[in-house]
Design a binder for this molecule. Structure first.
Ligand SMILES: Nc1ccn([C@@H]2O[C@H](COP(=O)(O)OP(=O)(O)OP(=O)(O)O)[C@@H](O)[C@H]2O)c(=O)n1
Ligand SMILES: C[C@](O)(CO)[C@H](O)COP(=O)(O)O
Length: 226
C-alpha cells in the first residue's frame, strides 16, 4: 500500500511567542521539524512526505528537508489560513490509493513505532487516531457551575491520524467548520466511526516555551539510550 504523510507546519506559533515559528526553533542543535521528518522517514522506507509550510518560510523549510537523510521523499507546499486549510492544501497533492497520515509538524517526539501502529490499524479499520488517558481530574463548566466528569471517559487526542486516502480526501471537500480541530472531527462529520489507538505520552505538541524544555530532556534521554 502507498503511504503519504501530510506534515503540517504552516502555523505562526502565536502561543510560543518567538519571532521564528516554533517548527523552526532548534532543540539540541536541530530544528523541531527535522526530528518530525526523520521519524516518518524511519517508519517506512516507501513513505513520502508532503511538508506544508508558511509561504514566507519555504526557503527555511527547504534547508531543513535537505538536512534529512532522504530529501528525495519530501515534497513542499504552502499552508493556508487555518490548520484545516493547510491540511487541505497538502491533501491536494495525493492522487493514489494509499494510507494518508496527517501530523502536526511540531509533534517532533513521535516514534516510528507509533507511525507503524497507526498504519496497521488504519489498514484494518479505515482510520486510526492516537489517544492517551487524561492524568488530571476533569471538570466541565455548566450553567450551574463546574461539574466533575469521569476522566476514564476522556481521551487526549494526538497525531499522526491515519486514513484511507479516499476517506480523508472526501472529508476535506466539506466547508470549514470551527469544530474541525483535527482530522477525526472532519471525517466524523461524514458519519464515519472513529477508531482510537494507544498514543504516546511523550508525543507532546510543542505549543509553549515549557514544551521545548520537555522535548530537550526527552531527546537527551533517547540519545543516551534511556
Ligand atoms: N494555518 C496553520 C495553522 C497551524 N498549522 C500547523 O498545525 C500544527 C498544530 O497547530 P498549532 O500548535 O496551533 O500551531 P500554530 O498555529 O503555529 O500555533 P498557535 O496556535 O500558538 O499560533 C502546527 O504544526 C502548525 O504549524 C498549519 O499548518 N497551518
Ligand atoms: C490536531 C491536534 O494536535 C490534536 O490534539 C490539535 O487539535 C491541534 O490543535 P491546535 O489548536 O491547532 O494546536
Amino acid at each position: 500500500m502507498e503511504k503519504y504523510a501530510v506534515v503540517v507546519a504552516g502555523g505562526s506559533g502565536l502561543r510560543m511567542g518567538t519571532p521564528v515559528p516554533k517548527q523552526f526553533l532548534e532543540i539540541r542543535e536541530r530544528p523541531v521539524l527535522w526530528y518530525t521528518l526523520n521519524a516518518f522517514l524511519d517508519a517506512f522506507s516507501d513513505l513520502q512526505i508532503i511538508l506544508v509550510l508558511p509561504e514566507q518560510h519555504l526557503e527555511t523549510g527547504k534547508r531543513i528537508l535537505r538536512s534529512t537523510y532522504d530529501p528525495d521523499r519530501i515534497w513542499m507546499t504552502v499552508g493556508g489560513e487555518t490548520r484545516f486549510h493547510s491540511v487541505r492544501n497538502g491533501l491536494q497533492h495525493i492522487h493514489k490509493h494509499s494510507i494518508v497520515f496527517v501530523h502536526d509538524g511540531v509533534r517532533c517526539l513521535l516514534t516510528p513505532d507509533l507511525v507503524r501502529r497507526c498504519y496497521a490499524a488504519a489498514v484494518d479499520k479505515g482510520n486510526a487516531i492516537p489517544a492517551i488517558a487524561a492524568v488530571d481530574t476533569i471538570r466541565i463548566d455548566t450553567i450551574n457551575g463546574s461539574e466533575q466528569i469521569d476522566r476514564n471517559k476522556v481521551k487526549i487526542i494526538q497525531t499522526p491520524q491515519a486514513f484511507f486516502s479516499e476517506l480523508i480526501k472526501s472529508a476535506f471537500e466539506q466547508d470549514f467548520h470551527e469544530s474541525f480541530t483535527d482530522e477525526a472531527s472532519v471525517v466524523e462529520r461524514l458519519g464515519v466511526k472513529i477508531h482510537l489507538i494507544e498514543g504516546e505520552s511523550s508525543n507532546i505538541k510543542i505549543t509553549r516555551p515549557l514544551d521545548l524544555l520537555i522535548a530537550e530532556k526527552v531527546l537527551e534521554e533517547r540519545e543516551m539510550g534511556l
